[in-house]
Design a protein around this ligand. Sequence first.
Ligand code: SAM
Length: 225
Amino acid sequence: MREVKRLLSNRLLMVADLAVPCEKVFDIGTDHCYLPIYLIQKGICKTAVATDIKEGPVRIAKRNVRLFGMEKHIDVFVADGISHVEEGCCVIIAGMGADVIVDILKKDMDSAKSCEWLILQCQSKTERLRAFLWDNGFAIEEEALINDRDKIYNAFRASYTGINRPYTETDTIASEILAKRHHPLLPGYVSGYIKKLDDMIAGYREAGRDFTEEIKLKRALEELL
Ligand SMILES: C[S@@+](CC[C@H](N)C(=O)[O-])C[C@H]1O[C@@H](n2cnc3c(N)ncnc32)[C@H](O)[C@@H]1O
């Protein structure tokens, strides 16, 4: 069997590690389709539906499905978001900005709520995605962090519980799950966030804008280190 693993980035391997074994996975924004091919090769799922909003990635995904002999296991087609997912299914949305992921979920909340699990991995503004999930009755059950080519990426597995969780701004930035486990990458991730706040504060100071909230957040984050 031709192995796809060597083509997966550390980020995508982290996403795959969060998957709980299941019959069928829906990979939204699949691009090259490496992730579903890997999940099937590893026996984590039996079949997959891989979709993308653009024709180009779907063409590449179909070519890879043929290359890895997965035609009987993976369905590939063009689709926007999660409107096509089946009730009780397992969904992965990875490699997009938090705002795009939030928009996809917002557009089809019933589908999102019906998922057995959702694995979400965003490239930026993870705090917005966490806040959206907690404000809308989703619970984050598992989290991961990985260093991939000098950038730290988050990913989490969530599902709908109907209970809105109260949270602080700090909770949306530094994962409690990973803090409890003393994840070795978490201090670096938090320090990176503090550095961004410092740059923001410097910009606000120069522009004569108020930065009290940013200072408060910075102090709260520093306490976690
Ligand atoms: C950077 S790629 C990520 C590919 C892969 N999921 C990964 O994590 O490496 C993002 C993909 O999402 C697709 N995409 C963006 N918005 C989408 C939407 N609303 N529905 C489906 N696919 C979308 C893009 O066309 C692109 O192929």
